[in-house]
Design a protein around this ligand. Structure first.
Ligand SMILES: Cc1cc2nc3c(=O)[nH]c(=O)nc-3n(C[C@H](O)[C@H](O)[C@H](O)COP(=O)(O)OP(=O)(O)OC[C@H]3O[C@@H](n4cnc5c(N)ncnc54)[C@H](O)[C@@H]3O)c2cc1C
Length: 506
């Protein structure tokens, strides 16, 4: 078996993995990135917004993931996506939001670490962002302008005024952008697409760094199958991985970083004997290090869509959003619903995406079918176990109807609701028949203070193991709910982790 040695070995070339590899190489460390996917950076389906939907029909780029049916969703099988390509799930819808001050307080409460305060995290967001806007916002300085990720917020002068007026009519707050401390109201979303071309962690962090730093090695088509651990010292000895050239051993002089994402990071831990004793034993895996929370606490918003036929309606290239509480409708900071408007430029249909930002329960957990590393993990999905979540969606549908019935919208354009349609009176049935994942999966290797209720500590280190960290969307704390998308924040967390490692090892 061939051996490859590096200072750091990163498993998973997705959003976080590309960021942390590029930074560690820049900081001078010999860095090896293992990516199970191929390098499809130049493929136009990855780059162009107009071709993004075609990817969903293309099994070549996806991990095969059989999700169990969800009982509360009439036993429908839900499609879970993890792109098996360099860049991973940074090939996504492009919605860009920061977490708000209250969200970071959640991290502080979970870890006891003040460095998760929004002011500190803002520094890491700025390292990521290259923010531009088609309108000279007064808050432009809140964002970074020199980061790797190109972010654009499009300002449509006509619809901007309309959306502002709608907010006023409904007595809601309007802000130019949802960032930093503003976590409520009507606004516009920024995007990782600029003129229809995607900026993503692979292209903008990794590829741009690869030629610059010979100390960065990226192996594509390389799937990690196990960490071997010394049970006495609780140190990872090596990581086994396979590629088309055979079986390899990766040895990290300094540390191993697991960035395989919310679905696959807990999978690899369990295959390595790190996890819930009961699950490991059921699957004939020797327990090397018990950590009960591995794979637990799978959190996801869930999403439903309202569709409108339109006449004379245009949002231009802007992305109107509203982060609101559908029940209280006052200016406060506990929104239960995130609404995004998108228009199909060919059919002119308007789609309103509704996300539940405060799910009352987790949506499931990650487990194993068996100990074969090439068999995907078992994903147990159980949306809407709490009836309050159904009520949130019902309230949200009614709230969207209220938006579309404002005098402002009525004067602006003709809209006819085609889904669920005003004749559809059983909204619970509509929700159960149509709810799909919003792909904001987080939480299966949660961050926290101890091994009883979390998997990693405030420095992203796996509790009880001295040289293994997890840096990806799986580390969001228990009971956290994402108000908006996690994409930008995963970048910022990866920047924070790289900063920690630089300080420790330089
Ligand atoms: C279709 C879709 C749309 C989305 N839209 C948005 C949006 O608009 N806004 C937003 O904020 N968020 C969005 N998200 C969510 C966001 O993209 C993710 O939260 C984020 O990209 C997760 O990053 P990650 O680093 O945790 O994991 P990933 O980016 O998924 O990276 C994990 C990588 O590890 C690789 N891997 C797994 N196992 C192994 C192994 N054993 N060995 C080697 N490699 C392995 C995988 O192939 C994958 O490339 C979307 C997600 C999807 C799927």
């Amino acid at each position: 078996m061939q051996e490859i040695v590096a200072d750091f070995i990163i498993v998973g070339g997705g959003t976080a993995g590309c960021v942390i590899s590029a930074r560690l190489a820049e900081y001078g460390f010999e860095t090896l990135l293992l990516s199970s996917g191929s390098n499809d950076t130049l493929n136009s389906m990855m780059r162009e917004k107009s071709l993004f939907n075609q990817l969903f029909l293309n099994p070549q780029f996806k991990h095969y993931l059989p999700a169990s049916s969800s009982a509360n969703l009439n036993d429908r099988i839900l499609d879970i996506i993890v792109w098996n390509t360099l860049g991973g799930n940074s090939i996504n819808g492009g919605g860009i939001e920061r977490l708000m001050a209250n969200d970071w307080n959640y991290f502080i409460n979970a870890t006891g670490d003040q460095s998760f305060h929004i002011n500190t995290m803002s520094k890491f967001y700025k390292m990521v962002e290259n923010f531009t806007s088609t309108k000279p916002f007064s808050i432009l300085n809140n964002y970074g302008n020199h980061g790797f990720l190109k972010i654009t917020q499009v300002y449509d002068p006509i619809f901007n005024k309309i959306w502002k007026k709608v907010a006023k009519e409904l007595n809601e707050t309007f802000t130019d952008t949802l960032a930093n401390t503003i976590d409520y109201g009507f606004s516009f979303e920024a995007s990782s697409f600029t003129n229809g071309i995607r900026s993503w962690s692979c292209n903008n962090y990794l590829t741009s760094t690869l030629n610059k730093y010979p100390n960065l090695k990226v192996l594509t088509g390389a799937t990690a199958i196990k960490f071997n651990m010394n049970e006495q010292t609780k140190q990872i000895k090596n990581v086994l991985f396979i590629s088309k050239d055979g079986l390899f051993t990766g040895i990290a002089r300094k540390e191993y970083i697991l960035s395989a994402g919310t679905i696959f990071s807990p999978h690899l831990l369990m295959l390595s004997g790190i996890g819930d004793r009961n699950i490991l034993r059921e699957n004939n895996i020797l327990v090397k290090h018990e950590l009960k929370q591995v794979g637990k606490n799978l959190i996801e918003n869930g999403m439903i869509i309202i569709k409108y036929q339109t006449q004379n309606f245009s949002i231009g290239q802007s992305i109107p959003v509203a982060l609101i509480n559908t029940q209280l409708r006052t200016n406060h900071s506990n929104p239960d619903t995130f609404i995004i408007l998108k228009q199909d430029n060919n059919t002119m249909h308007l789609y309103v995406f509704i996300f539940n930002t405060s799910p009352k329960s987790t949506v499931g957990f990650i487990s194993l079918y068996n100990s074969n590393p090439l068999i995907p993990p078992k994903i147990i999905l159980d949306y809407l176990t709490d009836s309050k979540d159904i009520q949130t969606f019902i309230n949200a549908i009614n709230y969207v109807r209220k938006i579309m019935s404002t005098n402002t919208i009525k004067q602006y354009a003709n809209l006819t609701e085609s889904l669920p349609g005003l004749e559809q009176t059983d909204l619970t049935a509509y929700i159960k028949n149509t709810l799909v994942p919003s792909y904001h999966f987080i939480g299966t290797c949660s961050i926290g203070q101890n091994a009883e209720n979390s998997v990693v500590d405030n420095l992203f280190k796996v509790h009880g193991i001295s040289n293994l960290r997890i840096v990806d969307a799986s580390i969001f704390p228990r009971k956290f709910s994402t108000k908006t998308g996690p994409f930008l924040t995963v970048h910022a967390l990866a920047e924070k982790a790289a900063d920690i490692l630089q300080k420790i090892y330089s």
